[in-house]
Ligand binder design. Structure first.
Ligand code: ZN
Length: 171
């Protein structure tokens, strides 16, 4: 048995099954079966892996559970991992919205750490190629302060505009 749009809406906390509530949770309330063209409402509309909605007679690749459906229909943003040894930089990244308290912060990255993630920091290219993207905050540090642990005021002063890189392996 597959889940219907109605099941998903309920799971997402919809109690009043109306258009406004469905719009809020980004679900269709009405649709047409991609197989036979029948008009469907939330309670007999089956989302599928193909991305189309189908009727009970036509549905083949529906979702067995609401969790499965939600994971497929609303892919979550890739997780962010911050690679740095500098605490003040992490603090600064939070200030400018590039990191939050849920971000993993690591000093040294392994392939497993960065694969499929948004990475904030500096990575060797072979690791950068595994990440979804790499965001670097360029630091214009005066010569006399190189290698010195910076405080948050200094990071604010020396940090430039963040730059996002997408590194691909050319085959
Ligand atoms: Zn159908």
């Amino acid at each position: 048995m597959f889940v219907t749009i109605y099941d998903i809406a309920q799971y997402l906390g919809v109690t009043e099954h109306n258009g406004e509530e469905y719009a809020r949770v980004r679900l269709p309330m009405l649709g047409g079966c991609n197989g036979c063209g029948a008009t469907l409402a939330c309670y007999n509309m089956y989302p599928t892996y193909s991305g189309y909605v189908k009727c009970l007679d036509c549905v083949v690749s529906g979702f067995a559970s609401v969790e499965e459906a939600i994971e497929h229909m609303f892919p979550t943003k890739p997780k962010t991992v911050v690679v740095t040894r500098h605490k003040a930089l992490v603090e600064y990244l939070k200030e400018i919205g590039l990191a939050d308290d849920t971000c993993q912060v690591i000093e040294h990255a392994t392939p497993k750490d960065v694969k499929g993630k948004v990475v904030v920091g500096v990575l060797p290219l072979r690791l950068a190629a595994l990440a979804v993207e790499v965001i670097e905050v360029p630091m214009d540090i005066p010569a006399e302060l190189r290698g010195v642990e910076l405080n948050i005021e200094q990071v604010r002063e020396f940090a430039g505009q963040p730059v996002t890189y997408k590194v691909e392996v050319k085959l």
